[in-house]
Design a protein around this ligand. Structure first.
Ligand SMILES: Nc1nc2c(c(=O)[nH]1)N[C@H]1C(S)=C(S)[C@@H](COP(=O)(O)O)O[C@H]1N2
Ligand SMILES: [Mo]
Length: 315
């Protein structure tokens, strides 16, 4: 493994880039926006080709552990549309990221379909350091770029009768990724949240990682990020968001609701039938650390589950 000197995202909070530097970089990147637009029209631009403004890191989100090496977080992935192994980089990077459209429908004032770049222009992009905990008991801590899901919910104008939001990954009609040929799985990959969860400030739509545009394997161009829930809730490469008053039938719950339920809040006290959830292995160092209830985000989210603890903290 390569040994490198520390990069800026590996510095402790106290040494993070001052805001003025970001603002200067942002001014520089404004000129690059025109290039991004041109590539978007070309239709096959990949993540690395599309510049984005450097966002300001939100100081409210800090870590209790080192940032995971970028090489680990971008090469050890779960993305079943591209196969069940952890090595999906080559296959996922073949997926064209532009043009990419998002459909917003269901219980909304007016259903609409819009291009991802038009959505990004309307959203306030920031950077957040979040922990991530996979149900398989590995974990990482990474700087995401993106915007709160609550901003997208407000943009979508749901009816007051909507109680859930359902988010869907592309299916074969959009992109025939190799894993979608596997008929055993209930494609497309769907995940869902209550409206209260979706509008909690922690719920985030990621568009970048380590200060760069998100890559295919991490769920480009739009990926849900829910740091207090097991990673399978964080649905990748989203093409559709539907507001509904029915609890969404989610991909993993359709396969096995006892092991991978709708709530999936991280809980070290409830083991998976085949392994303990008490500890987690950090990607990169392989260090084992204790798992925390709600992955350490209880102060922000425990209130969402008052009176629901029995189900919401089981699976
Ligand atoms: N569409 C889709 N989204 C997905 C998955 C998947 O297989 N397909 N895997 C999930 C799981 S189990 C995890 S742990 C995270 C992994 O995200 P990462 O590869 O960016 O670390 O993505 C989640 N989102
Ligand atoms: Mo996962």
């Amino acid at each position: 493994m390569l040994i490198r000197t520390k990069r800026d995202w590996e510095l402790p909070e106290s040494a993070a880039t001052p805001e003025s530097v970001y603002i200067n970089r942002r001014a520089l990147m404004a000129g690059a926006g025109a290039i991004a637009g041109g590539l978007a029209l070309g239709g096959t631009a990949r993540a690395a080709d599309v510049p984005v403004a450097a966002p300001v890191r939100n100081p409210a989100y800090t870590l209790d552990r080192p940032v995971t090496p970028e090489a680990a977080a971008t090469s050890y992935n779960n993305f079943y549309e591209f196969g069940t192994s952890k090595d999906v980089v080559t296959a996922a990077q073949k997926m064209p990221l532009r043009p990419w459209t998002l459909r917003i429908d269901g219980m909304v004032e007016k259903p609409l379909t819009l291009g991802v770049d038009d959505l990004l222009k309307a959203m306030p992009v920031e950077e957040r350091l979040y922990r991530h905990r996979c149900v398989e008991a590995w974990a990482m801590a990474v700087p995401w770029m993106g915007f709160p899901l609550a901003k997208l919910v407000a943009f979508a104008k749901p009816l007051s009768s909507a109680t859930y939001v359902e988010l869907q990954t592309f299916g074969r009609d959009t992109y025939a990724a190799p894993g979608l040929r596997q008929p055993f799985y209930p494609w497309p990959y769907v995940e869902g949240l209550t409206m209260a969860e979706a509008t909690n400030d922690l719920a985030f739509i990621s568009t970048g990682l380590y200060g760069k545009p998100l890559q295919g394997q991490n769920g480009a161009p739009l990926r849900l990020t829910l740091p207090w829930k097991y990673g399978f809730k964080s649905v990748k490469s989203i093409v559709r968001i539907t507001f509904t008053d029915k609890k969404p039938k989610t991909f993993w719950a359709l396969l096995n609701a006892d092991e991978y339920g709708f709530w999936a809040n991280v809980n070290p006290a409830v083991p998976h039938p085949r392994w303990s959830q008490a500890h987690e292995r950090l990607l990169g160092s392989n260090e084992s650390v204790p798992t925390q209830i709600f992955n350490g985000y209880g102060a922000q989210v425990a209130g969402l589950y008052k009176g629901l603890e029995k189900e919401a903290l089981f699976m």
